[in-house]
Ligand binder design. Structure first.
Ligand code: KG4
Ligand code: ZN
Length: 358
């Protein structure tokens, strides 16, 4: 079965053709980083316009690289949410038009579920129950996946997503955008113990994450004059490298702690780590070590499938198509779409809370 996936939830216009759910015949991504770099973050209006410009050529390229024609595609999948509404609408409208013209099934896919499926191309089949940590610029969520397509949210960020913290701290230090790859590279030359940042503890005992305190701690370092933003981002110097390493060490330790608690509690057979921050060298290393210690196989995507892409969207559609899900022609973009209207589990007293949006 050939599925054409389209992803346009944020600042990447992407299209991919996937065969039988696990083989990427093509995976094309047009990044808008250069457009948004001068602003230090994504400007929604500019993102929508650029998606509109890119979507046609990107889909054409994905089809050509897969060595097929549009008529050979069996079904389509487009990101429905969460994301920027104007950006999502471009991909959805384009996918709806193709599905209508070629009379094919089209599924709207949750972007976070897409990230969870980004590991299927390079790993053995997932064994259930699984744990899935999705860490990106917009999300930091930990899910228990008891069975395929069933998700229970067991931890989520209360404030900033991990990638967002990377981006904000890099901006604060004058290092540029996006901050994740820059700080990751710098951290490799710094001493992670030179700045002492604490791991946040949730006062209500839940397994949630919080990264804004860490960002504020970095702000305090700047205000106290312990560190100065660089004016030479290409060679920021050893102090900033030390800060980058200390920041990264704290982010990674925070994520590890929550995942470790969840392993103890749920005894998963697979640990999936996905989302843009899963590119991070220290996080990958830490999760592999944790998996080895606890004898839990760790599924990580390689960098091309880690940041936003359409292969993961098509891959997530595959099991749904096999299950017979059909097009709902009225579906539209949902900027705060949650995964299956999930519920957050309060790990302290088992009380279950309604989860509204990420
Ligand atoms: O998944 P993604 O492409 O978009 C969202 O769905 O948000 O993730 C983008 C995020 C950005 O915040 C970026 O700084 C972060 O992923 N990122 C990294 C690394 N590469 C990308 N964060 C830490 N280390 C990296 N190597
Ligand atoms: Zn993403």
């Amino acid at each position: 079965m050939l599925i054409l996936g389209i992803e346009s939830s944020c600042d990447e216009t992407a299209a991919a053709v996937i065969e039988d759910g696990v083989r990427a015949r093509s995976n094309i991504v047009a990044s808008q980083v250069a457009t948004h770099r001068p602003y230090g973050g994504v400007v929604p209006e500019l993102a929508s316009r650029e998606h509109l410009r890119n979507i046609g050529p990107i889909v054409k390229e994905a089809i050509a690289q897969a060595g097929v024609e549009l008529k050979d595609i069996d079904a389509l999948a487009a990101t429905q949410g969460p994301g920027l509404i104007g950006s999502l609408l471009v991909g959805i409208c384009y996918a709806k038009s193709l599905a209508l013209v070629f009379d094919r099934t089209l599924l709207g896919i949750n972007h976070i579920e897409g990230h969870i499926y980004s590991t299927v191309f390079e790993n053995p089949p997932v064994e259930y129950p699984a744990l899935a940590l999705v860490v990106s610029g917009g999300h930091t969520s930990l899910f228990l996946v008891p069975a395929p397509l069933e998700y229970r949210l067991i931890g989520r960020t209360r404030d900033d997503a991990a990638g967002e913290a990377y981006d904000k701290v890099a901006k604060l230090l004058g290092l540029g955008y996006p901050g994740g790859p820059i700080l990751d590279r710098l951290a490799q030359t710094g001493d992670g113990r030179s700045f002492q940042f604490s791991i946040p503890r949730m006062s209500d005992g839940t397994g949630d994450f919080s990264f804004s305190g860490l960002k504020t701690a970095v702000v305090r370092c700047v205000k106290k004059g312990l560190i100065s933003p660089t004016t030479t981002p290409d060679s920021p110097g050893p102090e900033i490298a030390n800060l980058a390493a200390s920041f990264q060490r704290t982010v990674v330790r925070t994520l590890r702690q929550r995942v470790e608690q969840a392993i103890d509690r749920y005894d998963p057979k697979t640990l999936i780590v996905a989302g843009g921050v899963a590119c991070n060298s220290a996080l990958r290393q830490e999760m592999k070590e944790l998996g080895a210690e606890r004898a839990v196989p760790v599924h990580l995507p390689s960098p091309i499938f880690t940041t936003d892409n359409a292969a993961m969207i098509a891959a997530a559609a595959y099991p749904r198509l096999l299950r017979g899900e059909a097009t709902d022609w009225t579906f539209t973009a949902e900027s705060t779409m949650s995964l299956q209207n999930l519920q957050v589990e309060d790990t302290r007293n088992e009380k279950r809370l309604r989860y509204r949006s990420s």
